[in-house]
Design a protein around this ligand. Structure first.
Ligand code: PLP
Length: 284
């Protein structure tokens, strides 16, 4: 083990890693709303730094995080960190988050990004491993596929919600490349056609909402038929009523989708009934 102190940098301040802190309301912590680079330095010189910074700019642009490189150039901070730390071969971890704000998928205006770096000893690959090589397995690529897990890696949800807001809407509905309707960015979907409620199959691809479960019990008690089956975009668009459900949204009617009215463009009777019943039960 290396006993030399590991160095951190947080928003302009250097100090030991064990004392470095960011707010629990940092969007990096809350949503994974952040991008990063890992850079090595050999003999105190960062290796391929330009390439890393180019990819960082591309990642920042990819999540629409406007970072002012002129106001906060990173090269001098990296150089200072390498000067201050005691490792001539170092591993630099660099993360830029969207900054600190009260938790909300909606990104407030005027965010100040958080810049975090750590400078640690470059881990040594044992000679033995270089000599023998390593064993690996294959695995199904499930990255971002397990949406039933209420994980904090919410960057896709954050970006979709903010795109909806940018386009003057309240929320977005996730649809697969094959055109299958899934859910909203923080709510489940109920689609009503001919008096029958349809919900997307509760597979690993959507969050199994607690509110959704509560409403399914409620609609059963009201003897409304429910079908759990794949829903495509044309049947979503031609539905009589659509609403979202969630702990925060409760029962909230969706009256336009992609600028087209759902049904007659007003809150429909089944949605209104469930919404009123939900409020009656929860507020009494
Ligand atoms: C992606 C997603 N779907 C559905 C829901 C609704 O779940 P619940 O009713 O448990 O709040 C949420 C809640 O945050 C969510 O984030």
């Amino acid at each position: 083990m290396n006993s030399m102190p590991e160095l951190a940098y947080v928003n302009g301040v250097f100090g030991p890693v064990c004392e470095a802190r960011v707010s629990i309301e940092d969007r990096g912590f809350q949503f994974g709303d952040a991008v990063y680079e890992v850079i090595v330095a050999y003999n105190r010189k960062p290796f391929l730094l330009d390439h890393h910074l180019r990819r960082l700019r591309s990642s920042l642009a990819g999540i629409a995080l406007a970072f002012d490189f002129e106001a906060c150039p990173l090269e001098p901070i990296i150089a200072e960190g390498l000067g201050r730390c005691e490792f001539s071969d170092a591993m630099i971890y660099l993360q830029i988050t969207r900054g600190v704000a009260p938790r909300s998928h909606v990104i407030p205006a005027g965010m100040k990004p958080t810049v975090v770096m750590t400078f640690k000893a470059l881990p040594v690959i044992p000679d033995e491993l270089r000599r023998t090589g390593v064993q690996v397995i294959t695995t199904v690529d499930t990255r971002w596929a397990n949406c039933y897990i209420k994980a904090v890696t919410l960057l896709p949800n954050v970006l979709a919600k903010n795109e909806a807001i940018r386009r003057g809407c309240y929320d977005a509905i996730f649809v697969t490349a094959a055109g299958e309707v899934r859910e909203c960015t923080s709510a489940n979907l109920f689609v009503i056609q001919g008096g029958i409620i349809r919900i997307p199959p509760r597979t690993q691809s959507i969050l199994h909402g607690v509110t959704q479960g509560y409403l399914l019990d409620l609609v059963a008690s009201l003897a409304i038929e429910v079908r759990e089956e794949p829903i495509d975009v044309p049947s979503l668009r031609s539905a009589d009523e659509v609403f979202m459900s969630g702990t925060a949204s409760e029962v909230l009617a969706i009256t336009t989708i992609d600028d087209l009215p759902v049904g007659n463009g007003r809150v429909g009777p089944i949605t209104r009934r469930l919404s009123e019943e939900f409020i009656r039960r929860t507020r009494s």
